[in-house]
Design a protein around this ligand. Sequence first.
Ligand SMILES: Cc1ncc(COP(=O)(O)O)c(C=O)c1O
Length: 455
Amino acid sequence: MKLRGTMSIDHRGHLLIGGCDTVELARQYGTPLYVIDEAALREKAREYRRAFHHYMPDSEVIYAGKALLTSAICRIIDEEQLSLDVVSGGELYTALAAGFPPERIYFHGNNKSPAELTMAVTKGVGRIVVDNLHELRLLQEIASIHGAEAKILLRITPGIKTNTHAYIQTGQFDSKFGFPLGSEETVAAVEWAARRMPNIRLMGLHCHIGSQVMDLMPFRLAAEHMLRFAAELRARMGLKLAELDLGGGLGIRYHEGDEPPTPAEYAQVICQTVTALCRELGLEVPKIMVEPGRSIVGEAGTTLYTVGAIKDVPNVRRYVAVDGGMADNPRVALYQAVYEACLANKAAEEAAEVVTIAGRCCESGDILVREVMLPPVEPGDILAVFSTGAYNYSMASNYNHLPRPAMVLVYEGKSDVIVERETYEDLIRLDRIPPRLAVSQDCAAGGSKSAAAAR
Ligand SMILES: Cc1ncc(COP(=O)(O)O)c(C=O)c1O
């Protein structure tokens, strides 16, 4: 088991994160509980900025908020001077409400609504990453109504298939995202955006090849494909593109076999590829942007659960059930993700048995960890699942009407709640009962007959 970020184990054998005892965190705030290691998150953000600025001082690192977005996370990202990528009106609203500067926001999405585009234009979002022709036309119309100029990047699918789960491959031609590279329609769209739309200012191109990518070669290829396309556009229409956004996607360590490249290695490959190829093609080096999400916040997150029922299926397996599961972490059911875990209250004990960690949802597929070696497990133990910072809370649901867990930020021995635990009242807050189904006053005390039935 490899400890992440500021994790350590104290003299009682308890797992500490950010100097806080996770067993105490579980007692104080309840479980399931998302724990975010603030120092680890900030360090990743700094590592990215340092690495890219070392090679290209005018480059920009844009945190992909879809990985994890809360008001406090927006504040940290702003303090670390990263920009922010949002993919919906809801994410944009969250960022703006947290005081994130709109000019450092990039707005993504393959089907932005007119209301969302209007919000982006009127709030002065820095760049809108336009995904398709329909959106391009709509944005021109909206920007014109508001007398605004929308600065855009065009999203291109570079035709690169990455070695990652099919659901998180995005760079191949057969994708719902972006304009396909090499098609005449794409060249026409560039021309429209650059020359024929008075309220649109085309700043550059964007691509994103996928997520949890552990190999640097596809990133290099993507940069090459995009630059060759930029050279083609210059040759065909004399167009100079100032910006190239190469998306996110760098993988992280989920389990023992994972050895992801560091942000420094990633920056080196991207920046050296871009510089060398621009020289070869006679292109001015564009401003380079990258959009990491998972690799900034993923390993900074840990989820704590309390162990409940333990069931032995003789000669098959031991199921250890915890008080959360696919509702707070759908990645296992969705992508067959593999996680590492430990017992936070027995972190120094020798691992003795292989068990299966089962969630509490009414689905056989609700398994959090298929096989993990743990010390002897008992009900009441605290299980810590590692690397849950990205795409856990942001993909969580209320399936089985489970309230979503709280989230705490830990830093130098202090913990602060940054997302409150949902309550049962929250679960029905938006429910409405039409008058004809309302419980009649006569029956309210003694039963549940509706007004209609009572009549
Ligand atoms: C356009 C875009 N940029 C960036 C990201 C972030 O990817 P990751 O979290 O893998 O770095 C995504 C993720 O899906 C994306 O779609």
